[in-house]
Every structure is written in C-alpha cells, then in structure tokens.
Ligand binder design. Sequence first.
Ligand code: 3H9
Length: 692
Amino acid sequence: MSIVDQTREGDVLVLTINNPPVNAFSPGVPEGLHAGLDAAESAGEVRAVVIIGGGRTFIAGADIKTFDLPREQAPDLRGFISRLDAFPKPTVAAIHGTALGGGLEVALACTYRVAVKDAQMGLPEVKLGVLPGAGGTQRLPRVVGVQKALEMMLSGNPIKATEAKDLGLVDDLVEGDLRSGAVEFARAHADARPLPRVSERTVTDAVPQVFGAARQGILKTHRGQLSPSLIVDLAEMSATQPFAVGWDSEARLFMQAKDSPQSRGLRHIFFAEREAGKVPGLTKDTPTTDVRQVGIIGAGTMGGGIAMNFLNAGLPVTIVETAQEALDRGLSVIRRNYENTAKKGRLTVEQVEQRMGLLTPTLNVEDLADADLIIEAVFENMDVKKDIFTRLDAVAKPGAILATNTSTLDVNEIASVTGRPEQVIGLHFFSPANVMKLLEIVRADKTSDSVLATCLALARKIKKVGVVVGVCDGFVGNRMIHRYGDEARKLVEEGARPQDADATMHALGLPMGPFEMSDMAGLDIGYAIRAHQAKVRGEPKPDGWLDRIVETGRKGQKTGGGIYDYDEKRRPSPNADVQKLIEDHRAEKGIRPREIGQEELTERLVYSLVNEGAKILEEGIAQRAGDIDVIYIYGYGFPAYRGGPMGYADEVGLKNVAAALEKHGQTPAPLLKQLAEEGGTFAAWDRQKGRG
Ligand code: 3H9
C-alpha cells in the first residue's frame, strides 16, 4: 500500500489516500496525488477520477505538524489544488469521516462531491489561528453563499453531509459502499461538458451589511484575535473580486496568520490537548473497568453538577445526602438546570425526564454497594472525608473506584484510611461541574494504572478534558492560582487598584481578572485557606486588606458585593468603602502607594503563574508544560490563542520572563532559570522528556 494508491475501476481511476490516522495532507500526499493525475491524464481510456480516503476518514486537513517547515519543504496543497481545478477530466471527491480544512478545499476543487450520510465537513482553520489557505475562503462562499460560509469559517464547526447536500456543497449522498457509489457517480458524469468549476461561479447572496455584521460579531466571539477579521476580509473579496484576486490575497494572509503568535499558541494547544490524555506507562493494553453505575456523595452544588455529567452520558447515578431536605434541594437544582436547558431548546422534555429517571436519590450510603465508581463531593474537611472513605471502604464492592473531588486536600491521606488505596483517586471537577470542561485526575501514590486508565477513558466519555496531576496542596490549577492571587493582592497593597489588575487580564483575553474571579468564587474561601495556611505555619491570623474586607461581611457576589459592587446583570463597579479600606490599610502599614503600569501588572500576574508552574513541573506534579496550559485554558479561561501560561512564557522568551521576575523581586524557579540560561523553552523541555 503506498501513500496514494491508484486503482482502475474500468474507465474510472480511483486514488486512495493512505496516511493514517486522519489522512492529513502530509509530505508524500501531494506527490502521490499528482502521480495519480498524471496517470489519469495520460491514459486515454480513463474518463474520470475519484479521490477517496483510506481508513476512517477523507482528508482531515493540511498536516499541522508541517506548518513551521520552510516553505519549500512544506507539502504544496495550493499547487495541487490549482492543478485539480484546471484538470480536464471530471474529478469526484468521495467523502466519509471528516473533510476538514485543506480536505474540504481539495473536495471543493474537484468537479463533484459525494458523501456518506454521516460524513462531516468544515473549515476549522480559525481554531488554529489561521484561515482556509487553499481556496476555501473563495470557493465555499461561491457554493453555499457568503453568509453560510462566514458562519462555517468563523465558528470552525463542521456541518453534516445531509445539510451539505441541501446547501449544494455535496452533489449526491451515497447509500452503501462509498467507493462503488462514487465510481458509479463519476461514470455517470464522465461526459458532462463544460466541467462545472467552483472557481468560475459567482457569489450571489452578498449584501454589504453581511460583512459589517460579521465584523461586529467577531468583536464579541473572537475578541483580540487576528484570523477572524482576515477571514471576513477574504469572504468579502470572494463577493467583490475575481477569483484570482481573492486566491492570491488568501495565500498572503494565510502566511500572515500562520506566522502569528496567536496561531503558534492555538497549534500548541491543539497538540497539548491530545498529549494530555497520554500517560507514560499506560498503554492500550492497560486493563480498564467498565463503569456502568456511579455513586455520588453530596448533593450540593458540586455533587449535583458532577452527577449531571454522568446522567448526560446515559449512566445511572445514585446520589447520597445526610438529610432529606438537602437531598430534595439538590435534586430540584438538577431538575431546574435541565429544564432551563430545555427552555433554550437544547433538550426535549423527554430527554429531561430520561436523565432525571437515571438518578436515584438516597439517604443510605449502603445503596452504593453496586456502584463501579463513587465520587465524594462534600465540603473540604479532612476528618469528614476520612470518615466517608472509611464507610465507603466497608460498603463499596471489590474493584469499585473510590474518588474524591477535593480541590486541595492530600489524596494519599484520604486513601490511607481504606484497605484499598490502589482504588482511590482524585477527580477534581471545576465549578460549575456540568459546564467546565476540565477534569484534574489526581494520581495518588498507590493509585493503580487500571484505575487511572479507567478515569481517563471516563473523562472522554463525559466529554471532559482529563489531565493527570500529582498530589500537592491545590494540585496544579489551584496551587498556581493561589500564587496569582497573592501577587494580585500585593499589587493592590503597593498601589494598584483592583480594577487595574482585572483590566490587565481582560486585555490579555481572560474573561475575568483575579478580583472578579475571587468575588465569584466567594471571598470567604480564600480567607479560610489563608487562615488555615497561617495556622499550619504557626503564624498569626492573616490581616491583609482583603481579609479585612471579608471581615466586614462582603464575601463576594453571593452576598451582593465583595471587592466590587454588582448590578442586577452582575456587572462589577468599584465600591468607595473598599477603596477607603485599602487606603487605610496601606497607611497603617506605612506603604506609599505608587503608580503601577500595565506592563508590570501583566508581568507580575502572569509570571507568578508561570513560576509556580515551573516548580510544579520540576516536582513532577504535572507531566508536561502543555498539561498546565490545557488546565489553564479549560479550568481558568486563559485564552487558548495565548498558548496558556507556559506557552505564553515560551513566546515571550524564558530569558525575559526570568529577568522580569528578578526585576520585580521574585526568585525564578530553578527549572525556569536553567531553561532561560540555556535559551530553552517549556515546549522543548516537554519534547526532550518524550512527553510533548
Ligand atoms: C488547514 O487545512 C490549512 C489549509 O486551509 C491551508 C494550507 C495551505 N495534522 O483529534 P484526534 C492527529 S489547517 C496533523 O485525537 P479524533 C492528532 O494530533 C488544518 N495531525 O482524533 C492525533 O495524533 P496522535 C485543518 C493531525 O478522531 C491524531 O491525528 N484541519 C491533524 O478525536 C488523531 O486526532 C483541522 O484543523 C492534522 N490536520 O478527531 C482538523 N488532525 O494520535 C484537526 C489530527 O499522535 N483535527 N491529527 O495524538 C481534528 O479536528 C480531529 O483530529 C479530527 C479527528 C476530527 C480529524
């Protein structure tokens, strides 16, 4: 089998691409396809050509791994597409799986497109910070109309073949065997002349308002990003300029987008997300348990949210509370959440009932005897958790996985009270647990490989991004966020206003800054953590400006105000009493406030995350810098186009990061210092460890 097989089916030549896993347009593919077209051109008896993908899919796009190759070494997708467009015999793209990006662009340059019903097609380049660069911005609007094309290119989401057929993007849906159906179609259209070429069509639905509206829209959906606005420019060109002009501009703008830090960041995240599921030592042969029945202890906000994940995936859940009232309240919150989703049209009434029907409420822990996985989601108190795990050890069946949703506590200590520590693991969901995509999977010292592999598979099943982390206070996400919070409070103490720190993080693309986030989470949580840490260290009760705010009863959004006041739409505004309290605190400590500029705010806030991240890496709490980035994107809203905090630091240059930390009086972590001195990056460190 070669990378592109040529097979004759009578008067039709079938070119099959064999480039697993997803038939990306890698080096070798264009050469193979050109050879196929050469053969079709020279053999007089060949009347048409079919291009099809071997294995699970049509072409899933350009090979993203080749984006950083010098131009002359990168596979020439545009060159192949130009030839295809001008090819004198009919060509048919036979689509199954996904035709994405360059894959759909190849299909669009064919004379015809046929597909199986469950195929999907789209132009997802925007998700990689680039734009369709091989004719997609010019051809798709000519086929489906510029409005639909804009929707597809700006969302990056694929459409189903059935919709594509309605839109005219697919000429025929094939029932049964795709290859034979495509050959038959090609034969039936072999003599049609002139050949219909998409590049010769015109856009028919363009009105100037479309582009204005699209430009307005991306300010909300893609704030601060480059490629969406280039996509709109090119879509406008498809409607107003000859094909050749749009085609040339597209090449230039594609390179501009591809070479941007935003695209590097998004591509880094694309691969980091896929790496995150891989754990050295775990293989496809690592045995896993089939989780068919889930138990949850605690029907509060977390427990209820966690339960919804499993109900959504069709898994029965038994939920345990200590009092009927709490149980009823928990259930009614879950029901209300589902009903709200139904009101928005995203669930049917039957689906709501179906999901609620999978949920069994109980006051009796013994009802968890049949559960394959039990997740404890009660409040953060070691004694309470130990008590629960002692009882679970007595109740749970052999082989059941016992998980804690703790966000800070020592999972080893929790596991130690059971007679089966190898079955104990941390599953740290982020709030709201039915919405946030991140799941920190906390591997304790004795957690077995099988339990870990089962939880990774389960994360995929419930559509979470599972990232494996080790045991330490706060694991990866919260341990870093605590350092960031410390730095934010220090900045205010030195003279910044809370709103300056928050605005700085908005400018970076985060939806919330440190203080808005604290107000949302509840200021009493941080207060309790600081008090606990001080107690552990034998220090007096903390008395920072934020502690004083909490002591006035302002605990954040839940009490109507914290660092900020909030209106009915939860929009924050500064509070004069808070400002006064901060000023009094500074005066008491003899601090003369100074102006702190945006650069210092950005450096101190972001690099506090990076520096703690470097320590976490050295300690092996995270396997890879890329894992930390994935955690920050899916758990804390760090913009993917910045590459996550560690990817961002790589982009800035670790030498600059270390120097800035020192300038601001902080000590760079040894790993950061070492990489800075060597001129290294976290990404290269990941690769060197064989993990990236
Ligand atoms: C483009 O086309 C630009 C052009 O317009 C212009 C050029 C001039 N390249 O996701 P999975 C790997 S931009 C290289 O786990 P799934 C992936 O890393 C491109 N590798 O499977 C993973 O590797 P590993 C536009 C790729 O079934 C393996 O394949 N296209 C590519 O859940 C399996 O992936 C896209 O953006 C690629 N293009 O999902 C499509 N794609 O096994 C991006 C995948 O070593 N890809 N890999 O970890 C996807 O959306 C999903 O991978 C797909 C399969 C839906 C295809």
